[in-house]
Design a protein around this ligand. Structure first.
Ligand SMILES: O=C(NO)[C@H](O)[C@H](O)[C@H](O)CO
Ligand SMILES: [Mg+2]
Length: 370
């Protein structure tokens, strides 16, 4: 199955209730710059990155896909996913300007499309190609009711609905607002409303200084919080090591890390408890698997960031023994041919062949910005 053509796609999908905020970002759409890779057998593979729908940088990403990486792929056999990843990652002109950032987001979309093609060649879902039986249990936790721009009342009612009507046993709440005291009030209100059996995660999206993270991190223990995600600057290994040695609430991070070596440094420093690799930043499935193995070797659970890359992460989590839980955010799924499904708080194993990110004709006709 030889590659014949790369076709750029940029999807911009509306997010919940017209707009969501966390401590660091405020978005109205989730961006999915990506590619359709065509082959001489007529198969088409789809892969996307994940952004905050900033069109100028989405265009940089798809330009990198088609015009920088594209020429290196034409004529290549799609089966050689690891060899092709190495070839593209190490291509010196691109490596000189890349090694993380936009070239990683571009390579990630290509890698997902190549795995999509490989799955279609064997006519299996990605979880099956990665060795799962399809009977694995993968619990979902819901982030979509915990946004920082939700009022405390909205926060409580959304989280209650998710638990009482949709069967979730875990929800995530954004913290890192302007007032730490208000953060704690919001958590207290949700804990009171949900009772002690529901797990509550928190996510500061990198906002706090070390003193703030220590002060607020210590208070989280009052509410039995499952983890504090990205409490401080994304690359601050020493700071997170200091925090981990000071507070009892476990630390989750990884959605902003581009290199396996960064994950190694956080893990070796004892600065992370829940490892959250993302196929977007790690340049695709191939390197994601390396990080999951590294975490597993250190007996750390892997709970991938979704943002909204859940369509692919659900496959990887079903297949990897370090994964038992995955974030749920619903922004892209209904624009995909085979939308991710959660029932009574658990992901249902997708049955269609592929890696999960094949857009519908409707999506390509209505939210494609190319
Ligand atoms: O941190 C996250 N999940 O854990 C979400 O991806 C971000 O909050 C969204 O992308 C909005 O910035
Ligand atoms: Mg996060």
């Amino acid at each position: 199955m030889k590659i014949t053509k790369l076709e750029p796609i940029i999807l911009h999908a509306p997010v919940t209730k017209g707009g969501i905020k966390d401590s660091t970002h405020s978005i109205t759409h989730w961006g999915a710059p990506g590619v359709a890779i065509h082959t001489d057998t007529g198969h088409v593979g789809y892969g996307f990155s994940g952004t905050h729908a900033h069109l100028p940088t989405d265009k940089l990403i798809v330009d990198c896909i088609v015009n920088s990486f594209g020429p290196l792929l034409i004529g290549e056999d799609i089966m050689a996913t690891r060899a092709l990843w190495q070839k593209l990652y190490k291509s010196s002109e691109i490596y000189w300007v890349g090694r993380s950032g936009i070239t990683h987001l571009a390579l990630g979309a290509i890698d997902i499309a190549l795995w999509d093609l490989k799955c279609k060649a064997f006519d299996v879902p990605l979880w099956s190609l990665k060795g799962a039986s399809g009977n694995e249990k993968l619990e979902a936790y819901n982030t979509d009711g915990g946004w920082l721009n939700w009022s405390k009342e909205q926060l409580v009612s959304d989280c209650k609905r998710m638990v009482e009507e949709q069967g979730y046993r875990a929800v995530k709440i954004k913290v890192g607002g302007d007032s730490g005291t208000e953060d704690l009030r919001r958590i207290e209100a949700v804990r009171k409303a949900l009772g002690d059996d529901i797990r509550i995660m928190t996510d500061a999206n990198g906002r706090w200084s070390l003193p703030e993270a220590i002060r607020l991190g210590q208070r989280l223990a009052d509410f039995d919080i499952t983890w504090i995600e990205e409490p401080m600057g994304f690359d601050d290994v020493k700071g997170h090591q200091r925090l981990a040695n000071t507070i009892t609430t476990p630390i989750a991070l990884g959605e902003q890390l581009y290199l396996t070596q960064q994950f190694r440094d956080f893990i070796q420093a004892g600065a992370v408890d829940f490892v959250q690799p993302d196929i977007v930043r790690l340049a695709g499935i191939t390197e994601w698997w390396t990080v999951a193995e590294l975490a597993h070797a250190n007996n750390l659970p892997v709970v991938p960031h979704v943002g909204d890359m859940g369509q692919v992460h659900q496959h990887l989590c079903l297949a990897h023994p370090a994964c038992h839980l995955l974030e749920y955010i619903p922004w892209l799924k209904d624009w995909m041919k085979h939308p991710a499904q959660v029932k009574d708080g658990y992901y249902l194993a997708p049955q269609a062949a592929g890696a999960g990110m094949e857009p519908t004709e409707h999506a390509l006709a209505t939210i494609n910005k190319i």
